[in-house]
Design a protein around this ligand. Sequence first.
Ligand code: ADP
Ligand code: MG
Length: 343
Amino acid sequence: METKGILLKTISASRALSQLNGAIRNLPNPTLFLDTIHLQEAKASSAIENIITTNDDLYQSLIADKKFENPETKEVLRYKQALWLGLERLEARPFITTNLCIELVQTIKGNTAGIRNTPGTTLSNTNGEVIYTPPGGEDVIRQKLVEWEKFINDDESFDPLIKMALMHYQFEAIHPFADGNGRTGRILLLLFLKQSGLLDIPAIYLSEYIIQHKNDYYRLLRGVTEEQNWEKFIRYMLEMVEKTANHGLKRLENVTQLMEFTADSIRAKLPKIYSKDLVEIIFRLPYTKRQSLIDAGLGTPKTVGNYLSTLEEEGFLVSKKVGKEKLYLNTPLMNILENSVLE
Ligand SMILES: Nc1ncnc2c1ncn2[C@@H]1O[C@H](COP(=O)(O)OP(=O)(O)O)[C@@H](O)[C@H]1O
Ligand SMILES: [Mg+2]
């Protein structure tokens, strides 16, 4: 597996990742953009499984009081919740385990399903032909997951990025759940980057690459099963890391620049309402509302209401009525998020 090509790619992918890591660490507030990055990840990873939502729906339902009924948006929001839960669990205990996977899938699916215990799970292509039949029987699956855990937590004979590719394939091949395996497996990628110390704050949007190269993803997973073609699959995974790290870095620079520019203009045009905290709030998520400003300690409902309407008058935000509430959109920020075409 560790051909010269793979090793060179491992080096360039690691380099890209450590540049991103450095850039995030140097931010004045390193977790500021984490919510949006994780929401983009949740949206794309779910879209790979044909669970489709829009940014507008997603960000509005995150912030509005109104209960959104769109089941797909809800599922995407649960995905993000699962990602957070996983990161929290790793803080407490830095091991990827079977139980952690079960917690993740239950959070994503919003149910209490566990390891598959009924036969009949198969993977089909778009023509309905069965392309892969994963192992069956709860005991068999659990035993395989024990080996898988050992590999992740004890084996030190691979570079972490190669190991990440291997463990992803193995997880998908075991396919421990009736549904949610793809999404759980992709959350594990981010958790693994954190666990192995490659990215302190896992602010990377890996599924952006997979959604744009989805056919290859499926084809290469299959290539490992049918032809033991590990090399092509590992290369794909390394390319994913390198491309999304580079793109993430660029996007981070764009957002930071936009934020500085916006801060300067607000300071110049509206010195009475300018504060660093106010600027951060309108960049934390593309939509904001009065309550978010109140929660951030920026003032009374009346004061912050004035802030928002003044920002709208000066063209920094655009208000939208959602249910009975007014939400305020930071349009240029949303545009940067929407523009996710990798080179
Ligand atoms: N040939 C294959 N062998 C193993 N796993 C595969 C193969 N093809 C696709 N997969 C994995 O299965 C996932 C889909 O499984 P599924 O349980 O439906 O996940 P989800 O509910 O998250 O959609 C894909 O995203 C991919 O990771
Ligand atoms: Mg599915």
